[in-house]
Design a protein around this ligand. Structure first.
Ligand code: NAP
Length: 331
């Protein structure tokens, strides 16, 4: 018996060698898994804390081709996963905590063990930006939320505010009208960033009101949210606005902390890639929102995932050919 296993739980493992390791299980990661699996590379996908990433928290995706009536975010992720697994991808409920790129294969430490990866696809996505105002952190889960799909139900017949003027704010605001008595969208400017269809839908929804040129300076409440403190950025006027819930959708930042100092990041912290999904290190590829401050759509992320996997396949083929050549006896 190998004594190194004796203190490990059933999920833990010692070093495992894999040809393709994919960190992150959103549309980019699962699309990469599908392509790598179909090349018979038995990729392993580390889910991270959230299987499916941000899209799994989205109530309905209406702009992914092939679903004319829309598809639930969660359902779409399940379908991606099922399709990748059908060809041999392995999805592990595990999170990478550390990378060591000083050696090849790359060494990736996770909660459950260590992977030695011949190639790596990073698709760790992005996470919600916080307002960083007093009361926000304290009241998160007590009226402050970043996910309407998860928490909307708790606000049946209540008044809620949504902060932001992008697609997420409007889409989630519209979703919240299923439950809430009223939804007030608070935006710091007087024009929206969201697409026109969403704008039209929100404007036509009788439960939705807009408050323009306004910022939230504080979330007010002791045990639960009672109000938000607002400031009009043009007049400077302040008011306490009673509300039961505060839904914040003001964008995302990329999940690249683990790669700082290892890979090139841009000034916003996104991984820098070329058109072929190469990061600054050969053999390490990136796809999806972690490397895309611009498009951030399910379809573009999935496309990037497929492209990253195709490049990883190409990279592995080249390297195995080089290794074979190196092993040939010299004349
Ligand atoms: P976003 O497009 O970056 O919009 C963020 C919104 O929050 C902007 O209106 C911004 O105001 C506001 N904001 C930023 N920081 C703020 C602060 N500190 N205080 C107050 N307001 C602040 O983010 P998103 O809506 O999450 O969308 C992200 C990406 O996902 C976009 O590319 C979007 O198209 C995509 N998306 C698409 C769909 C869809 O197609 N159905 C759904 C959701 C998301 P300003 O406008 O003044 O900058």
């Amino acid at each position: 018996m190998d004594l190194s296993f004796t203190n490990l739980s059933s999920n833990t493992h010692a070093e495992q060698r894999v040809k393709v390791l994919i960190i992150g299980s959103g549309p980019a990661g699962l699309a990469a898994a599908l392509y790598a699996a179909r090349a018979e590379l038995n990729p392993v996908v580390l889910t991270g804390m959230e299987l499916g990433g941000q899209v799994s928290l989205t109530y309905a995706v209406e702009n992914y081709p092939g679903f004319p009536d829309g598809v639930g975010g969660n359902q779409l992720v399940e379908l991606f996963q099922k399709q990748a697994e059908r060809f041999g991808a392995r999805v592990e409920f595990d999170t990478a905590t550390e990378v060591d790129f000083s050696q090849r294969p790359f060494r990736v430490t996770t909660y459950n063990g260590v992977y030695l990866a011949d190639s790596l696809i990073i698709s760790t996505g992005a996470t919600f930006i916080h307002l960083n105002v007093p009361g926000e952190a304290k009241l998160t889960g007590r009226g402050v939320s970043y996910c309407a799909t998860c928490d909307g139900w708790f606000f049946k017949d209540k008044d809620v505010v949504v902060v932001g003027g992008g697609d997420s704010a409007l889409e989630e605001g519209i979703f919240l009208t299923r439950y809430a008595k009223s939804v007030t969208i608070i935006h710091r400017r007087d024009s929206l960033r969201a697409g026109v269809i969403l704008q039209k839908r929100a404007m036509e929804n009788p439960k939705i009101k807009f408050m323009w040129n306004t910022i939230v300076t504080q979330v007010v409440g002791e045990e639960a949210v009672r109000a938000v403190q607002l400031k009009n950025v043009q007049t400077g006027e302040e008011q306490e606005f009673p509300t039961d819930g505060v839904f914040i959708f003001i964008g995302h930042h990329p999940n690249t902390q683990m790669f700082q100092g290892h890979l090139e990041l841009d000034e916003q912290g996104y991984l820098v890639t070329d058109m072929l999904m190469h990061t600054s290190l050969e053999g390490v590829f990136a796809a999806g929102e972690v490397a895309d401050p611009h498009f951030r759509q399910v379809i573009t992320s999935a496309g990037m995932g497929a492209a990253a996997a195709m490049q990883a396949i190409h990279y592995l083929e080249e390297h195995s050919a080089e290794e074979e050549e190196a092993q040939l006896p010299t004349a």
